[in-house]
Unconditional design. Structure first.
Length: 175
């Protein structure tokens, strides 16, 4: 049985947070920032994937900026940023700058780079491996015109009908 077989699809954090010991929460806070050290490698990997796709003929591929929210869409700025008031005076949650850096820089940039990278990897998979599996429908946000296996009629004919006629990697099916 999977851990989430009994859940409703929503992760539960708020229901449990206040019961977690303060030291454990503090360590958890540190752990959320350690991935900052991996971001340069994720950016590098994403850009290598992007340029791989461009060098094999890819065009009309979304860029990193397509995944970043517009700065004007953020509700708060340094002047009106809300903060939390806790009993611990040195708590970062009482600093406007902390929330601005988190909510307008760290979180949106992190989410954007990982979503962009996932999108690019899905395009790579749709190009090189247009073979259906039980998670392939989740790749539909990275549709391509045709896969490597579709560009030569003699190879396309070898494909299973479900793989040959999948609109995720064969735009002629849509027409």
């Amino acid at each position: 049985m999977k851990a989430c077989d009994s859940c409703n699809g929503r992760a539960e954090i708020g229901k449990n947070h206040r019961q977690v010991p303060v030291l454990q929460r503090a360590i958890g806070l540190v752990l959320v920032y350690l991935p900052i050290f991996t971001l340069p490698f994720v950016f590098l990997s994403a850009y290598l994937t992007y340029y791989h796709l461009r060098m094999i003929g890819g065009t009309n591929i979304k860029t990193f900026s397509d995944f970043l929210p517009e700065r004007s869409s953020h509700r708060y700025n340094l002047k009106n940023q809300i903060t939390m008031h806790g009993s611990f005076k040195m708590s970062l949650s009482q600093s406007k700058l902390y929330w601005i850096l988190n909510c307008t820089w760290y979180c949106p940039v992190s989410v954007a780079v990982f979503e962009w990278h996932a999108y690019l990897v899905k395009i790579v998979e749709n190009w090189w491996c247009p073979f259906t599996h039980d998670k392939k429908e989740g790749y539909s946000n990275a549709k391509i015109d045709q896969s490597f296996w579709h560009i030569y009629p003699e190879d396309s004919a070898k494909l299973n009908e479900e793989d040959r006629d999948n609109p995720i990697w064969n735009e002629s099916v849509d027409k």
